[in-house]
Write a protein that binds this ligand. Structure first.
Ligand code: 6PG
Length: 252
């Protein structure tokens, strides 16, 4: 089966975060009903912060099955967990410290490790344990953002990690940042049941128009390569991010 991709443009960032919270809840409830647990991979960066804050407030605080939720990370910066750049720290501060997910069900990447490749291998071992029954990284939900250069998770343009075909987690040096990251790879991301991209703001307008709006470009952006073989990709964007999508000829 091919991935189904749905793009929805909403007025502003608040609308995107409200819709994303509803989709997070829906994915959690469905996963609990069908499989008895909810495995979600969080994205980092700034876009999801407001979504995460919402999840720690009613009605989501009371309705998400937190006790049966497993929290993982789509990528991590190779820094200690208390570093301001840490995606784990951002998630803890915005919602994880306020929702009742059992600590042992929050699986962070050991960004503090001196060897990023070993941190990646260790994380992959945890994932393979969590998904042993499925045999693939069958996340119920993967949250992703998009960088202005089209990267997603820590899969940056030109990264060797983009060519990974079997490992689920890779260490990736990002030249333009001068730093190491640990990231889920396309085999892992494309095993997901559901992927939700959040894209807001004028600064994402060009990459959004190319990646999701049909504007011709070469090569494909890393975010476009996320196409689960048996899953749903949803893209929630605000009007500012979608402002450079050309009108479709078939639209009045
Ligand atoms: C990270 C994220 C990264 C992020 C994009 C968009 O670790 O930074 O995982 O992939 O989603 O860079 O970041 P913003 O949401 O800050 O624009």
């Amino acid at each position: 089966m091919a991935a189904t991709r749905i793009v929805e443009v909403l007025p502003g960032p608040g609308d995107v975060h409200r819709a994303a919270a509803e989709r997070f809840l829906a994915a959690a409830r469905e996963a609990l009903d069908l499989r008895g647990r909810f495995a979600v991979a969080l994205s980092g960066g700034s876009t999801p912060r407001d979504l995460y804050r919402r999840l720690a407030e009613p009605p989501y605080l009371d309705r998400v099955p937190w006790a049966r939720t497993y929290v993982l990370f789509g990528d991590e910066r190779c820094v200690p967990p208390d570093d301001p750049r840490s995606n784990y720290r951002m998630a803890m501060e915005t919602f994880l410290h306020r929702v009742p997910v059992p600590a042992e069900q929050i699986l962070r990447v050991t960004g503090e490790a001196t060897d990023p490749a070993r941190a990646a291998a260790a994380y992959e071992a945890e994932l393979r344990g969590l998904f042993a029954a499925e045999g693939t990284a069958r996340f119920d939900l993967v949250l992703l953002g998009v960088g202005t250069d089209g990267h997603t998770a820590s899969l940056f343009p030109g990264s060797p990690a983009l060519g990974e075909t079997s490992r689920w987690v890779a260490a990736s040096f990002v030249p333009k940042l001068g730093s190491w990251r640990v990231t889920l790879t396309l085999p892992a991301l494309n095993a997901a049941r559901r992927v939700l991209f959040l894209v807001t703001g004028e600064q994402k307008a060009r990459v959004f128009a190319e990646a999701f709006g049909g504007v011709p470009h070469e090569p494909a952006h890393p975010c476009e390569l996320v196409a689960p073989t048996d899953g749903l990709v949803e893209v929630l964007a605000d009007r500012a991010a979608a402002s450079r999508v050309p009108p479709r000829a078939d639209r009045p």
